[in-house]
Write a protein that binds this ligand. Sequence first.
Ligand code: ADP
Ligand code: MG
Length: 253
Amino acid sequence: MAGPVLRVENLNIWYSEKHVVKNVSFEVPDRSVFALMGPSGSGKSTLLRALNRIIDLYEEARVEGHVYFDGIDIYAPDVDPTWVRRRIGMVFQHPNPFPHLSIYDNVAIGPRLNRMVKNKKELDELVRWALEKAFLWDEVKDRLHVPAAKLSGGQKQRLSIARALALKPRLLLMDEPTANLDPVATEKIEELVISLKKEIPIIIVTHNPQQAARISDYTAFLYMGELVEVGPTSRVFTEPRSKLTERYLLRQI
Ligand code: ADP
Ligand code: MG
C-alpha cells in the first residue's frame, strides 16, 4: 500500500498576530477525495494555501509546522516553492481563465512556460488530454480558438481545472470550486472530481457538508482554526465523534 500523498503535522498559521490555523494534523491518502469543510472564516482557504506554499505570497502570513508531500517536507529550506506549486495544482472559487486568451491558449500556457512539450503535436495532445479530463473537450473541440470569455460560468471553471491539469500535478487543491455555480454546473464538477481521483488525489474545500458527503472519501471539519474531526466520510457523517461536528451537520453552528 502506498503512503499518503500528503501528511500535515502540527501546522500553525498566523496573519500578523492573528492565529488562524491552530496545530492542525492530518493525512491525505493517495487516490482519494479529501473534503475540508467548515463554516466561513474557519481557516479553510488559509490552510489550503499552505499546502502548496501559495501562502508565501501573502506577506503577513507566517507558517510553522510540517507538510510532507510524498515524504518531502515542503517547508524544508532546500525546497523550491515554485516546484511545490507546479506539482500541487490549485483551482479557486472564482473561475479565473485569462478572458482574452483562447480556450486552447489558456490550457497551453503552463506547459509552454514550463517547456513540458517538444512540439506542436505534443502540445495539442496535452491540451486535449487536459480538456477531456476536465469534461470540457466535447463542448469546445470545435472552437478551441475562441476567447475564454465566451464560455459559461461552469465551463470557465472546468477550463480553470483543465489549465491546472495541463501541468500534470501530483495533487490538486480546490477552494470551493462550485460556490458560484448553478446545480447543473456543480454536478458536472462533482462528477469530474470523482473521476479524477484515481489518477490525481484531490483536496476540496467546501462550506457545504452535503457536497462533502456526495463526493469525498475522507472529511475533515475545521472550526475556528482547529481540526475538530477527521476520518472516513461515512464515519464522520454517521458517527461524529465531536458534539461540534454533530451541531455543524445539523446546521446549528
Ligand atoms: P475560510 O476559507 O474558512 O472562510 P479563511 O482562511 O479565508 O477562512 O480565513 C480565516 C481567518 O483569517 C478569518 O478570520 C479571515 O478574516 C482571516 N484572513 C484571511 N485572509 C487574511 C489575510 N490575507 N490577512 C489577514 N487576515 C486574513
Ligand atoms: Mg475560503
